[in-house]
Design a protein around this ligand. Structure first.
Ligand code: SF4
Length: 264
């Protein structure tokens, strides 16, 4: 008699891992379970709506000729993008009234204007934007969307991620590079070229954090990712996803149902 072992990945539908979900598992395995396995809905916040709309506007800014990449054009693109998506179900009840929506729009534009204090979009054309990365690392399929990739004057690749949330103090910035280092690894695998640098561009600061990249770091990330994947497989097999409390719990959508906070 052959005993058929159930594949937990097939049962849970976990076929791919995004850099964000990998980061979730590292931060708190229970958070990973809520999001990636149980796929519990999370209420959309005004901050997420701002992030989505600002990303669309920044992405489209580079569709325009260099001479038209101005602050006013970016504001127009933001308004157009919001008009386009505000009817989606997830945004329907986001604002109490028109005044609240208007204030949100003004605050968003103020943040967007900060973009021009960090870089000048009239001095370069990106190599690629909104790049859909789907790469197989011998058993782990990683999927995610990369905001932007450029070539610098030395013809080296630079990876940039836009952030609309508040920039962390420099001493806490390193963990925020985790997902970008995964993208750098995927780019190396796909193009056979090691990116020179990854950048986190925080509109709310405004701040630009830069991290130089080399093959040694990417080899280490490759090992870390494989170890993380093995840990996820073990967690799936045993159905053990411990809750790991931290200051991030205050922003977690699942705090009300999290076992770590059940008796607090
Ligand atoms: S509340 Fe904290 S411990 Fe619980 S799932 Fe969220 S991040 Fe993890």
């Amino acid at each position: 008699m052959t005993i058929q072992l159930e594949n937990p990945k097939a049962r849970t539908g976990l076929e791919t891992l995004s850099p964000s979900r990998a980061g979730d598992f590292k931060t708190c395995p229970r958070l990973f379970k809520f999001r990636a396995i149980d796929r519990l809905p999370e209420p959309t916040s005004v901050y997420q709506a701002r992030g989505t709309t600002a990303h669309l506007a920044l992405q489209r800014l580079f569709d325009n000729p260099i001479s038209e990449r101005t602050v006013d054009k970016l504001f127009d693109l933001f308004r157009d993008a919001w008009t386009e998506i505000r009817g989606d179900d997830e945004y329907t009840d986001l604002f109490e009234d028109v005044e609240a929506e208007r204030s949100w729009g003004i605050e968003s534009m103020e943040l967007l204007a900060n973009y021009f204090t960090i870089e000048d979009p009239t001095t370069f054309d990106p190599e690629d934007r909104e790049l859909d990365m789907l790469e197989d690392l011998e058993g782990i399929t990683i999927r995610g969307i990369l905001d932007r990739i450029d070539r610098d004057s030395d013809d080296r690749l630079i990876i940039t991620d836009y952030k609309t949330g508040r920039a962390p103090p420099e001493r806490y910035a390193l963990p925020a590079f985790f997902a970008l280092k995964i993208y750098a690894l995927l780019i190396r695998n796909r193009l056979g070229e090691t990116p020179k640098e990854v950048r986190l561009l925080y509109l709310n600061g405004p701040t630009l954090y830069r991290l130089p990249i080399d093959d040694r770091q990417l080899d280490a990330m490759d090992g870390q990712l494989r170890a993380l994947w093995r840990a996820i497989e073990r967690a799936l097999q045993s159905d053990r996803f411990p809750a790991r409390t931290s200051r991030l719990c205050d922003w977690c959508s699942f705090k009300d149902i999290c076992p770590a906070w059940a008796e607090v």
